[in-house]
Design a protein around this ligand. Structure first.
Ligand SMILES: Cc1ncc(COP(=O)(O)O)c(C=O)c1O
Length: 392
């Protein structure tokens, strides 16, 4: 059994008295559902990233379904995304009975490969596609210049999955403002959190209007409007069988505080990543993850050079765990899951060599703002010790 000097959790959210006070303030106000706090949160988030509209939602997943629905994703239509993502990106299209076409990732990054996207759009299947859904894995923004050129050429929408990419700033603007829609996550482990939650951003008036109505039962007025305007509160119309995706004010109030702290969290994560990169670049069995095109450093995807090691990724990860480190895998590619294999029998690892290769050589190691120097030192020490043990 390995020596455990300390335990370093995979993630710990940074929450302080300010978040507690904000939640209590809302509880005491008596208004718990979506109201003024959510509206202010939307305004502040939109200002921060330079988007015209921001809609607070109760998860990235519900925001993604809303965004796809507004873009016309439905039965007989399809979206293009990457198999190297969390399943919800692709499952959102299935909730709308649409198909998903998968494009492999680039050789040197974890991002969807524009050449593979174009190949699908140029094939017979291309005519069904209504949206491309790039995922900015770990905060590393995809090649949006190429993706936007391809999308405009083929007249399809771009919905950015920004679950990992707040705040990723590129020379084209913040992630979430480059495509037609951006969908963020404030899940417990994300770069800022409301426990569960998300934000949808767009500059497109028609999409914003449709998503606003679909977010709350397809109603043409939300609760805040109904109870604060002079028009009778019981008067509303239903324009479609909408969703229930609004963010309650308690969570929005926590989000507003997290938003104020976001740059500080970002700087801390970046300094940990810098230290990891400096130390790991001295080790021949680690490939430094990409950091180009703006990067919110949400995850540290540690890539093993398996040719230099006499063990596989799982053994390496288990050894780190035995030394007290929390580790994770981002991501199990979607073609490994039963539902998707049954749905698309040709959806196989051999068709996605880059995604499969990254999967078998990647481990996510602890990365969160309040890690101490002792913690990051210990993570580095454990990686070195395990690497030396299995060095070929
Ligand atoms: C890439 C990606 N997309 C979407 C999601 C879904 O986010 P949420 O839990 O807010 O629905 C996640 C969550 O982990 C994710 O990692």
């Amino acid at each position: 059994m390995a020596d455990i000097k300390m335990t370093v959790p995979f993630f710990k959210a940074s929450l302080g008295k300010e978040e507690e006070d904000a939640a209590i303030r809302v509880l005491r106000s008596g208004w718990l559902t979506t109201g003024n706090e959510a509206h202010l949160f939307e305004k502040e988030f939109a200002e921060k990233i330079g988007a015209k509209h921001a809609l607070a939602v109760n998860s990235n997943t519900s925001g993604m379904i809303m965004a796809m629905e507004a873009c016309g994703v439905k039965q007989g239509k399809a979206v293009i995304t990457t198999p190297y993502t969390f399943v919800s990106t692709a499952a959102s299209a299935r909730h709308l009975n649409a198909d998903v076409y998968f494009a492999d990732i680039e050789k040197e990054t974890y991002s969807i490969d524009p050449d593979c996207i174009e190949k699908i759009l140029d094939s017979d299947k291309g005519k069904n596609v209504v949206a491309i859904v790039p995922v900015h894995i770990a905060g590393n923004v995809c090649n949006m210049k190429r993706i936007m050129e391809i999308a405009r050429k083929h007249n399809v929408y771009v919905i950015e999955d920004c679950a990992h990419s707040f705040p990723s700033k590129t020379d084209m603007g913040f992630a979430g403002t480059i495509g037609d829609v951006g969908v963020f996550s404030f899940y417990a482990t994300k770069t800022m959190t409301t426990g569960e939650g998300g934000m949808v951003t767009t500059d497109n008036e028609a999409l914003a209007k449709r998503m606003t109505q679909m977010r709350l039962h397809g109603m043409n007025r939300d609760a805040w409007d109904r109870y604060t305007s002079t028009k009778a509160s019981w008067e509303y119309d239903i324009i479609a069988p909408g969703f229930k995706s609004n963010l309650p004010d308690i969570l929005a109030a926590i989000g507003r505080i997290q938003l104020l702290k976001a740059d500080e969290f970002d700087a801390k994560r970046k300094s940990h990543v810098k230290k990891y990169n400096e130390e790991f670049s001295k080790l021949d069995f680690i490939k430094i993850p990409p950091t180009s095109r703006g990067d919110s450093c949400h995850l540290y995807l540690m890539r093993l050079d398996l040719a230099k090691l006499k063990c596989d990724r799982n053994t390496f990860a288990k050894e780190l765990q035995e030394r007290g480190l929390g580790v994770s895998m981002h991501f199990i590619p979607i073609f490994h899951f039963t539902y998707w294999k049954e749905l698309y029998p040709d959806f196989k690892a051999e068709e996605f060599p880059q995604a499969e290769q990254k999967y078998i050589e990647t481990i996510s190691i602890p990365l969160w703002p309040d890690m101490t120097d002792e913690m990051t030192d210990y993570v580095i020490e454990c990686v070195k010790t395990v690497g030396e043990k299995y060095h070929g």
